[in-house]
Design a protein around this ligand. Structure first.
Ligand code: PLP
Length: 452
């Protein structure tokens, strides 16, 4: 349409290959070059349209091309492009209040730039809290295998996927990993109906054997998303909360993906009736129209910092861009859209449409399980449904390529250990129309039909 005067793909590719170092990808593939987006669809420089089935990286939740967000950003840039968070500004104040409303709790909000940053702040707050409250030896954290918590040395330390850490170690010290609540491949050999939540008990064991006096926190996503859509048993999070209380360990919930509606509730943990001590969030907070993240710290923890008179008792953490007023205004407009278009409910409606529409796939010889949390979808591919042997990389890539060929972009779980990147993922914009969702379902059905 209006793309007439774009440079050609070949021209751009040459420049790209010469100058750009891509994220998380091998160097022998020619990248797609996306030029524009509207709703759930993106268009590349060659004019090919794709349904953005992953909302970018689980983030463009209100869809592409929202003029009202662009206008709010432009207006704020003209009013006040930047002010530090050593001081304060109106958009940060309004947004912190709005986040509290969404969390349905009493939290103080520390703004940063990315999900990784938000988790680093959580770790520092937890350590400093115990340091200043008579338990200076509590410094370690417990996380789960398959978890992803970010790319920085601390957040990567919290990550439980070998291939992301290899060659970058040693990482931030003090992260212990326990098995995830992965019912399809229960790490404790239990079966449905005979589950005694050994996966939660593993956290208690880790605390006891490491020494409760050495453990500051447990970090987890409500549902492991990028690590393979690992949906826990209903009672898991509550049990973890009880264990944390028993040993005086902080519960840090990473809502970077699950937050702001992806789960079908405002935040993922609200599905499980637990109150975290610290909640981290990013991605869907601005629908990625501008970078912003936040660490929400319980008022109780915050007060202990505020009431401490030592000269180093405040959180000595600062970053230049965190809480940028333009990003805060973008977040506020994004949340306004989520509210006015009822998109949290829409997210769960999308999940239900997947559940119904994809039923025929349960009979497919290479689909072991389909897992849904809100509008996030995981399809676990296997070589054989009886042995559950994970599908080969070749099989997984073939499905992804076939979807792309039909105009649907989907993802897969992050590399875990070799042979276990076998879970396809989808997390479309909540603003997806019924036609968009039908397109996703029909495309998946057709692709799997052709790939028995
Ligand atoms: N936490 C989770 C659960 C994530 O999925 C991610 C990113 O994918 C992060 C943290 C890190 O966020 P960022 O990439 O913004 O640093």
């Amino acid at each position: 349409e209006e793309m007439g005067d774009l440079p050609s793909y070949e021209e751009l590719l040459e420049k790209d290959r010469k100058y750009v170092w891509h994220h998380m990808s091998a160097h022998n593939e020619n990248p797609m070059i996306i030029a524009s987006g509207e709703g759930s669809w993106v268009t590349d420089v060659g004019g090919n349209r794709y349904l953005d089935g992953m909302s970018g990286l689980w983030c463009v939740n209100v869809g592409h091309g929202r003029k009202e967000i662009a206008e709010a950003a432009a207006e704020q840039m003209m009013k006040l492009a930047y002010s530090t968070m050593v001081q304060s500004h109106i958009p940060a104040i309004e947004l912190a209040a709005k986040i509290n409303e969404w969390l349905d709790g009493d939290y103080r909000i520390f703004f940063s730039n990315s999900g990784s940053d938000a988790n680093e702040v959580a770790f520092k707050v937890a350590r400093q809290y115990y340091h200043q409250n008579g338990k200076p030896t509590k410094h370690k954290f417990i996380s789960r295998h398959r978890a992803y918590h970010g790319n920085s040395m601390g957040a990567l330390g919290a990550t439980g996927q070998a291939q992301r850490k290899l060659k970058y170690e040693p990482l931030g010290v003090g992260f212990q990993h326990v098995p995830p609540p992965y019912c399809y491949r229960c790490p404790f050999g239990q079966t449905q109906g005979k589950c005694s939540l050994q996966c939660a008990k593993a956290i208690e064991d880790a605390i006891v054997w490491e020494g409760a006096d050495s453990i500051a926190g447990v970090i987890m996503e409500p549902v492991i998303t990028g690590g393979g859509m690992i949906v826990p048993p209903d009672e898991y999070l509550k049990t973890v909360r009880r264990i944390c209380d028993k040993y005086e360990v902080l519960l840090i919930v990473d809502e970077v993906i699950c937050g702001f509606g992806r789960s079908g509730e405002k935040f993922g943990h609200l599905n499980y009736g637990v109150r975290p001590d610290i909640v981290t969030m990013a991605k869907g907070m601005t629908s990625a129209y501008s970078p912003l993240s936040a660490t929400a710290v319980s008022a109780e923890l915050y007060e202990s910092f505020r009431n401490n008179q030592e000269p180093t008792s405040h959180l000595r953490h600062i970053n230049t861009f965190g809480g940028n007023p333009v990003s805060c205004v973008v977040a506020l407009k994004n949340i306004e859209i989520l509210e006015s278009e009822n998109l949290v409910a829409r997210s769960s409606e999308i999940g239900n449409a997947f559940k119904d529409g994809l039923k025929p796939l349960l009979e497919h010889p290479h689909i072991g399980e389909i897992r849904i949390f809100g509008s996030a979808l995981g399809i676990e591919l296997v070589e054989d449904v009886k042995t559950k042997q994970p599908a080969t990389a070749e099989r997984v890539m073939k499905i992804i390529a076939a979807c792309k060929q039909k105009g649907l972009l989907i993802g897969k779980n992050g590399d875990t250990v070799p042979g276990y990147a076998n879970i396809l993922t989808l997390s479309p914009p909540f603003s997806s129309t019924d036609e968009d969702i039908t397109f996703i379902v029909d495309t998946l059905l057709a692709v799997f039909d052709a790939n028995q």
